[in-house]
Design a protein around this ligand. Structure first.
Ligand SMILES: Cc1cc2nc3c(=O)[nH]c(=O)nc-3n(C[C@H](O)[C@H](O)[C@H](O)COP(=O)(O)OP(=O)(O)OC[C@H]3O[C@@H](n4cnc5c(N)ncnc54)[C@H](O)[C@@H]3O)c2cc1C
Length: 405
């Protein structure tokens, strides 16, 4: 959507195909980092975003058995946005889609599931998609096809590309609990031996993520809803009196975590970005912002060729990958270290109130001792190693929210 918006603002004819009929799904993650907030300002959409329901978070903390530990302090960031925002992703996508629809060269087709790529003489020249409303199959030809269809990219598979996979120790269970007006605001992480949970405040309910050892979902489901409720109450005692609405494990969705990366993000006529090129772990909540940064870099690099109605030579596609390779490898590297050093041992430990009971783990002690380091972690999470900025031709002055808020 970001790439579509930017290119359409440059006068390029763009069609975005989206498999679903809307963006209203729970599983996408909620974080909008300082780098993306700055991008929205550059696009003139900062005020519209500010008018959307969201929460600004200035610090990231995690609660262990030994106490609470600060992980990142966003107040130490440079620039106008010294926080990260939590906003339901469907609202952000709606905002981008509305802005893109203001461009005459932009088309969004919903219920359009890409099922194959079209090739001519070895070059990708578009896609075949199924209209899920009617079942009809249609072809769409394009000077450049961009796969941004996520972790299970159908375009990637159709192009015959397979990512290198890195093991991950966990999967995530996703569910909602009621929120009361007297509850604290914000986002909380809770780590204990054998268990890890995050609760995200979404106004009238808590969106909760329970991290489980990879591949244990079936056993957990076999144990039934009572066992699951007991686990959650043990980890998050304040939720004990509000677990009743969870009447069945059908209310608890499994999100399988993947961490992988393609060696090559392009072939003739096709570029892959976001999770389709490099699936991100939820650690740090950086995947959305990395996908957005890929889109901005791609627009800046291939936009001029598309704007002049020319084809997009392979060297430009290679340049997109070269530009985004280092931040991706660095962030995935940090995620892998956190998986290995913190999450895998914690999830492998038998449940019980012991994790860090005596002392916080060494990296957290270091962050506590030298608070300036919390500014570095904040920068890594909220801005990232190579923030991307909108090209001049896609920028607009600030536009007020349509609701007038
Ligand atoms: C449990 C979990 C929690 C996470 N939490 C966060 C978080 O809080 N913050 C964060 O930044 N990152 C988070 N991430 C990572 C983040 O979700 C991804 O890195 C990010 O969504 C990637 O964006 P994307 O646009 O590449 O792909 P996606 O967000 O997956 O978007 C792909 C889009 O393509 C559409 N699509 C799929 N197949 C087709 C098809 N065949 N035809 C047409 N359309 C198709 C989908 O409907 C979807 O709209 C989390 C990941 C996991 C697993």
């Amino acid at each position: 959507m970001v790439l579509g918006l930017l290119l359409a603002r440059g006068g390029v004819r763009v069609t975005v195909l989206e498999k679903h009929s809307d963006f209203l799904r729970d599983f996408r993650g909620d974080t909008v980092h300082a780098s993306t907030l700055t991008l929205l300002d550059e696009l003139g959409l900062g005020e519209r975003f500010a008018a959307m329901p969201h929460r600004d978070v200035e610090r990231m903390t995690v609660r262990l058995d030994a106490g609470e530990a600060a992980v990142a302090d966003f107040r130490r960031l440079p620039g106008a946005h010294r926080h990260i925002a939590f906003a339901p992703q469907w609202d952000l996508l709606d905002l981008l889609a509305t802005a893109a629809a203001e461009e005459s060269t932009f088309t969004l087709i919903n219920d359009a599931e890409v099922i194959d790529v079209l090739r001519e003489h070895g070059t990708v020249v578009g896609v075949r998609y199924r209209d899920r409303a009617t079942g009809a199959e249609r072809d769409l030809r394009a000077a450049l096809t961009v796969a941004c269809d996520g972790r299970s990219s159908a375009v990637r598979a159709a192009a015959g590309l397979a990512p290198r996979r890195f093991g991950v120790p966990m999967d995530v269970l996703w569910f909602r609990l009621p929120r009361e007006r007297t509850d604290p605001d914000g986002v909380f992480g809770r780590l204990s031996a054998g268990r890890f949970a995050i609760t995200i405040d979404r106004g009238d309910y808590w969106q909760c993520a329970s991290v489980i050892p990879k591949g244990t979902d079936a056993a957990l489901r076999a144990a039934g809803i009572d066992g699951f409720r007991r686990d959650i109450a043990a980890l998050l005692p304040w939720t004990a009196d509000r677990l009743a609405p969870l009447t069945s494990l059908d209310d608890v969705k499994l999100l399988e975590v993947e961490l992988n990366r393609l060696r090559r993000w392009y072939v003739d006529g096709l570029l892959l970005i976001g999770d389709a090129a490099h699936a991100m772990s939820p650690v740090g909540g950086v995947g959305i912002n990395l996908a957005v940064a890929d889109a901005v870099a791609a627009a800046r690099i291939v936009g001029p060729a598309l704007r002049s109605d020319g084809g997009v030579p392979l060297r430009l596609l290679r340049r997109v990958q070269l530009r985004r390779w280092l931040p991706t490898v660095l962030i995935q590297g940090v995620q892998r270290v956190i998986h290995r050093a913190l999450l895998a041992p914690a999830l492998a430990a038998a449940p019980g109130p012991r994790l860090g009971a005596a002392r916080l783990p060494a990296p957290l002690r270091l962050l506590r001792r030298f608070p300036a380091l919390q500014g570095l972690t904040a920068r890594m999470v909220a801005i990232g190693p190579l923030p991307e900025h909108a090209p001049a031709w896609a920028r607009r002055p600030a536009v007020r929210s349509r609701t007038g808020r």
